[in-house]
Write a protein that binds this ligand. Sequence first.
Ligand code: WT7
Length: 638
Amino acid sequence: MIRYKDINKAHIITEQYSKLYNESINNNENFWSKVSKRIHWFKNWDKVSDVDYSKAKIKWFENGKLNVSYNCIDRHIENGHGDDIALIWEGNDILEDKQFTYKELLDEVSKFSNVLKSNNIVKGDRVCIYMQMIPELAIAMLACSRIGAVHSIVFGAFSSDSLRDRINDSRCRAVVTQDTGVRGLKKDIPMKENVDKAIIDCPSIEKVFVVNRTSSKIKMKINRDLWWHEEMLNISSDCKPEWMDSEDPLFILYTSGSTGTPKGVLHTTGGYLVYASYTHEVVFDYQDKDIYWCTADIGWITGHSYIIYGPLSNKATTLMFEGVPNYPDFSRFWQIVDKHKVNIFYTAPTALRALMKEGNEFVKKTDRKSLKLLGSVGETIKEPEWKWYYEVVGEKKCPIVDTWWQTETGGIMITPLPSMDNFKPGSAAKPFFGIEPIILDPNGNEVKGNPAEGLLAIKKSWPGQMRTLYGNHKRFFDNYFSQFKGYYFTGDGVKRDKDGDYWITGRVDDVLNVSGHRLGTAEIEGAIGQHKDVAEAAVVGYPHDLKGQGVYAYVTLMTGVESNEIIEKEIKFKVREIIGPHAYPDKIQFSSGLPKTRSGKIMRRILRKISEGEINSLGDISTLSDPSIVESLVKNRK
Ligand code: WT7
C-alpha cells in the first residue's frame, strides 16, 4: 500500500472522493458553479452551461468576463506573492538556468503584449508560436492571452510544410520564433529558417518576431522580421488585460485525426481555465511552495495545460526544461529534480522506457528526496515502467497518477488521486469530478456493470471540453458527436474492472501514438505519396519497445520501378521533410499490391495484424478482391 506523504493535507482524501464525485454528477451545475470561483472574474457569469451535443454546441460560464494572464499573474501579485518564483527555466546545458518571479513575469508579459499591440495585433487575431522550450515561449503565450490574441503553438520539431499548413488554416497574422534551437547535442535547429520557408506561401503573415537564443547567423527581412530584444527595449511594461468573454477563443492547437488534414482544436477562455486550474490542483495535489515539473513540450496540450495555464493559475512554481533526458547523460532528469528540489514530477511512459533501459545507476546517483508525487501521461504506463518509476525513481514513497486525457478534453479526465491507496499499474483508475465515462458497444449501446469493455465515450460536458475545430464546425460534429448520439466519442477503447477502475486499451481509429506523439496514418500516407515513385501507401502501427507504437508503411511503387534501399531512404526522408522527424517510418515493406475489398477499400485490419506479427489470426480474408496478396505480405514481413 502506498502512503502519500502529504495525505494529511491533501486537497481530496480518499474518503471524500465518492461523495464528491456523486455530487459532481448529480448536481453538476452547482458543482462547477462552486469550482468556477477559484478564478477571478471581472464580471461574473450568468449561466453555468449551455450544451447541446446534437448541434455540437458547448458553452460554459456564459457572459462571464475574465483574463487568463491576469489570473495567472496579476492577481497573485495583488495578493502579495509578487516575489514568489513563477517560472524556473532550466537550459539545455547544465549551469544554464533562469528564474522569473511573478512580478518579473508580469513585466515581460506586459512588454511583449505591448509589442504585439504596437504591431497592430488585436483581440481575435491568431498568432503562431514556433519555438523550442525557452522562457519567451511562455511569455509569448501569456501575452497573447493578455490582449485577447489567439495563439496557435506549433511544436518546434514540425517541418516547414507542416508549419505552413497550420498557419494558413487559421490565417495567423504573426509568427513568434527564435533564431535557432538547442536540444541535447543539436545546437543549431533551424527555427527561423523553417519559418522563412513556410511563410513564402502564407499570405496572412505580416510580422515575424525573432528571439535571439543562439546568436546564429540568420536572415532578417526588413519590415517583416523584428528582433524580440529590440522590440522589448523601449516599450512600456504596463498593459491592461483585455476583458475576454468566457467563450472567447484562447488558443488553437492542431492535432491529428484518423482522416484528412490536422484539426485545429479550439479551446475557449473561462471553462478551459477553470478546468486546467482545478485538475492541476487536485490531481497533483499542488500545495503552496511545491516545485512542480512537467517534462512535456509546450507545443502539445500537456504543456499548455500543465506547464503554463494550470500551474500558474494556482500560483505554482513551474519548471520548464529546454533539453532532453539523455544530455549530458541519462541522469539529467534526476539531476534537475535535485537541483531545483522538485516535488511533483510529470512525464510520459516513452521517456521512462528510454531511461529504464540504461539501468538504475543514473537514477541512484541522485538524491530525489524532494519528490512527493509522480505523474504519467500520453499512453498507458505498463507494469514494467510503472514498477521502475515507483520503485527506482520514487523509492516506493511516491504515488503515481496515470492521467488519461486528450488535446480535445483540455485537461485530465480519468486518473487516480494521490491519496488513494489501491494503485493498479496500468490503470487510469477513476473518473475526475464531473466526468461521466460511458462504455459503448460498436452499435452505440451502453455496456453497463462491471467488468465491462468497449469504446470510451463521455456523457456530460465538462468546462475544459474543446468547442469546435477552427473554421470547420461540421467536422467537429462529424468527428466527435455523430457516431454515437448524445455522447462525446474519444476514439479510445477501454475496460472497466470489477472495482470500477478504468484501463485504457488504446486508439480504435487510425490514429497512432508514437513516443507520445499523435499521428494520423492518413497524414503519413499523404507524405509518402509525395515521393514520385510511390503509387500507393498504407500505414499502420506496430508494438515498439521504446516508442510504444512504431510506424509501419506498406508501399506499392509505380509500375516498372524496382524497390531498393535508396528509394526506401528517400521515402523515409520525405516523411521527415513533410511532417517532421517524429513521424519517420520505422519500417517500410514494398508490395506489389495492398489487401483491398472489392470496392477498393484497404483492409487495414489485416495490415495491422501482419505488422504486429499476428499472422495466424488474420480473420476472414475471403472478401478481398485478391486474397493472394496476403500471402506475399506475410512472407515479406519486416
Ligand atoms: C490520446 C490523446 C493529453 C495528453 C497527451 C496526449 C492516449 C493519453 C493516456 C493514458 C492511456 C493515454 C489516448 C488518447 N493517452 N494519456 N494515461 N493512458 N492512453 O494527448 O495527443 O491528444 O493524445 O493519448 O489514446 O486518446 P493527445
